[in-house]
Design a protein around this ligand. Sequence first.
Ligand code: BES
Ligand code: MN
Ligand code: MN
Length: 478
Amino acid sequence: MPLCSNLKQLFSEIDKNKEKYVDNLKEVVAIQSVSAWLHKRAELRKIVDWIQVRMQKLKIHVELQELGQQSFQDGKVADLPPVVFGLLGTDPKKKTVLIYGHLDVQPALVEDGWNSDPFVLTERLDKLYGRGASDDKGPVLCWLHAVEAYQHLGIDIPVNIKFVFEAMEESGSVRLKELLLSEKDKFLADVDYVCVSDTCWLGTNKPCVAYGLRGVCYFYIEVESATKDLHSGLFGGSVYEGMTDLIYMLNTLVDKDGRIKITGLYDEVAPLLPTEREIYKNIDFSVDEYRTSTGCDLLVHNEQKELILMHRWRYPCLSIHGIEGAFSESGVKTVIPGKVIGKFSIRIVPNQKAKQIERYVLNYLEKKWKEYGSPNKMKVYMIDGINPWTEDPLHPHYAAAVKATEHVYKIKPDFTREGGTIPVTLMLQEAVGKNILLLPVTAGDDGHHSQNEKIDMRNYIQGTKLLAAYLYELGKLD
Ligand code: BES
Ligand code: MN
Ligand code: MN
C-alpha cells in the first residue's frame, strides 16, 4: 500500500523530532507519580499539571475533574488527583474518538535491582529505561506528539478527539467509574470510538491489536496474634504465631503448577469452543523468546504455545504478592511479627464475575481456617474486584487499526487478548457503549511493573507514527 502524501509528511516530521520526544519523556519520568505511595500524592498533581500545560499548548480544551479524597480501611485519607478531560475539535461532520491513558506508575526503588535510577530516563543501546517509560507515560506522549505533528504541518486532523487521562490506574482507578457515568450525556456524549494505548505487543517484533482483558480480584488475609512484635527467643514456643498461620492459609490457595484450589473457582469459566484452539495456533508467538523475557528456566503447561496463551488470556490464575508486616530486609532479625497481612490476587476471565469470586474465596478460606483451628484472629476481604472485558474485533474500527499498522510496519497485526487489567475499559463500555480498541505501541519485553522498565526507541517513534496513522484511518471510516 503506497503511503499518501499526508502520512509521508507526518512520518518524516515525527522522525525529525526524536530528540524532543525523548526530552519530554525524560521530564515525565522524573515526576514520581506512584499512585500507591501516599506520601507522593503531590507528584500526581504535578504530572496532571504538566500534561494540562502541554495539552493547552496544542489548543486542546482542558478541564480538570476533581474527585475529592480517598479513604482507607485504617482511617487514613489521601487526596485524589483530578482526572484530565481534553477536547480537540467539535466539527459535527467528523467522527469523535475518545483516547484514554494513565499518568501514574507502579512503585520503583533502585534497591529493587534497577541498573539506573528509575526516575531518571536513561538511554542504553536504543532503549529508554525509566519507570513508566512503557506503562503508560511513553504511549500518552505518543498521542500528544502525533497531534503536534499534524498541527505543525497544518494537516487537518480528520476526527474530533476527546482525551481522558487519569493518575490512579495502578491503584484501581478509584472513583473514576462514578465520574464517567455522571458524564455519560455530557463529556462522553457523541463519542464514536474508544482507543486505549496501554498494553504491549506479545513479543518484540510483531504488532498486535487486542480485544480482551482479564479482570482482577485483589484480596487481603489478615492474621493478628499479638498487639506488637515479639522477640522470638523470649516468646517463641509459648505463643501461637500469626505468620505460621498465614503461610498455612496462603498455601491452601494454589498448587505448584498454578491450579487454583479454591472450591468452585473454575465453575463459570467459559467452555473452550471447538474452533477456539485455532485462534491460538495462528498467533505469532515464540515460547523461547517469551521464556527469555521472563528470566525463568522453565514454563508450565509443557511450554506448549497454545496452552500458554490460553492460560494468559482465557483462564484464571492466582498470584501471591507479598506479606505486609513481615520482615523482608536483608540481615537477621529474630522477631515474631504481631500482625501480618498476606496479599494475593486472582485474574478472572469470561464468564466469571468479581462478586461470585469474592464469595468463593471467603467461603473457602473461612472453612480452611476452622479446620486448622488456630486461636488467632483471621480476617479475609476483597480490596477491589474488576470484571473481565472483551470486544468485537470484527468491527470496522479494528480494520482501521490494521491499516494504520500496515502503513508503519508493512504487516498486518495479530488480534490478541491480554492477561492484564485496565479498569477503565469496562467503565467506558458502560458509559460510552461504543467499540473499544487496545492499540499497543510498546514491546512485550518492556518489563511493566518490573525492574529496568524500558521503551525501545523504535517503538516510541514508530508508535507515534502508528497513532498518527490510526487517526488518519479513522477519518476514512463511514
Ligand atoms: N497497562 C497495564 C495493564 C496491561 C499491561 C494489560 C500489558 C495488558 C498488557 C495497567 O497499567 C496495569 O498494570 N493494570 C493493573 C490494574 C490493577 C492495579 C487494577 C494490573 O493489571 O495489575
Ligand atoms: Mn498501564
Ligand atoms: Mn501497569
